[in-house]
Design a protein around this ligand. Structure first.
Ligand code: 13P
Length: 334
């Protein structure tokens, strides 16, 4: 492993004024997104949609540091035969790849999941590196509910995240470590804070045990935020203040950067929260975005599967990317 090179890539991923486009929806998830805009989820439509994003020259060259791809996309070519990975590289952004293989029910833990995909991961990483991927992503999912999460779910998911991260670094690929605490329930922000604290502490403990080099990774956490169904929704300032406090307590300064997931927040909330955190300032790591829905909901709607809407889709994507890029510097204005 060349740690200096891993660190260089990690720092590039979190360059102030840029962030990551999470375009790695699995086949099931992209189908859900396409259903909402009444577009059939065919291989060609998925390609056309993602090609539209990657050919958004202004967004890609100015505001996007890296793109997380799904396995299908990394092997796909644009309509003119250019590999989609090449389009990303030509724009100056770094190609990345989602390498987990989704979740399975965790035995003895009703309602809880464990992320799988470690088998043969070393071989897969080698192929992805050859294709141009310089970073990867693995998402663990922790749900909050009555009696959950259990320490069992937190431990096994943290262990798998660290196994994945160590394998990535051995393959000269920067791991995005993503332990996502879902915002789906009716819990309040303080419960989210407590659970996320336990999850992050366990994750960094496992990363240390498995000798992952913190300088060569990027953390992708959820924010400390109220559950979607909670009657009392925390304000932007409370989310920012509590998330920064939580991260300062749990994330070593050796980590170059933190790139948040949007997790179901509205486009504007996701931007406002990131902006408010960066306005607090004096942080040991860079804070930016690695958004899926909060970057893509608007372009998906504008595009709606029609070739004549490509320019409108690209404008919508560029707008959200620019807003989040400003937020990554604490310079966003409503
Ligand atoms: P969202 O921003 O839509 O949560 O997606 C980010 C992601 O990559 C989740 O794994």
């Amino acid at each position: 492993m060349n740690l200096a090179d891993l660190n260089k890539v990690a720092l590039a991923m979190v360059t102030p004024g840029k962030g990551i486009l999470a375009a790695d929806e699995s086949s099931g998830t992209i189908k859900k997104r396409f259903d909402a805009i009444k577009v059939e989820s065919t291989e060609e439509n998925r390609r056309d949609y993602r090609e539209m994003l990657f050919r958004s020259t202004e967004a890609m060259s100015k505001y996007v540091s890296g793109v997380i791809l799904y396995d299908e996309t990394i092997w796909q070519n644009a309509k003119d035969g250019t590999p989609l990975v090449k389009l990303i590289e030509q724009s100056g952004a770094i190609p990345g790849i989602k390498v987990d293989e989704g979740t399975q029910a965790l035995p003895q833990c009703p309602g809880e999941l464990v992320t799988v995909g470690l088998d043969k991961l070393a071989e897969r990483l080698k192929k992805y590196y050859e294709r141009g991927a310089r970073f990867a992503k693995w998402r663990a999912v922790i749900d909050i509910g009555s009696g959950i999460p259990t320490m069992t779910a937190i431990s096994v998911n943290a262990h798998a995240l660290a196994r994945y991260a160590a394998l990535c670094q051995a393959a000269q690929i920067v791991p995005i470590v993503e332990p996502e605490v879902l915002m789906d329930g009716d819990h309040d922000i303080d419960r989210c804070y407590d659970v996320t604290q336990r999850v992050l502490n366990k994750t960094f403990q496992e990363l240390r045990v498995q000798r992952v080099e913190l300088e060569g990774m990027v953390l992708k956490p959820n924010m400390a935020i109220s559950g979607k169904k909670c009657a009392k929704q925390a304000s932007v300032d409370e989310v920012a203040e509590k998330t920064v406090r939580l991260l300062k307590a749990c994330v070593p300064a050796a980590v170059p950067g933190i790139a948040f997931l949007s997790g179901g927040q509205s486009d504007e909330e996701a931007t406002a929260h990131l902006d408010a955190m960066n306005r607090i300032g004096n942080l040991p790591w860079k804070l930016t975005f690695s958004y899926g829905r909060a970057l893509q909901a608007a372009p998906q709607k504008a595009w709606s599967g029609k070739a004549e809407n490509v320019a409108a889709g690209q404008r919508a994507f560029t707008h959200r990317a620019r807003m989040n890029a400003l937020a990554s510097k604490g310079e966003w204005e409503t």
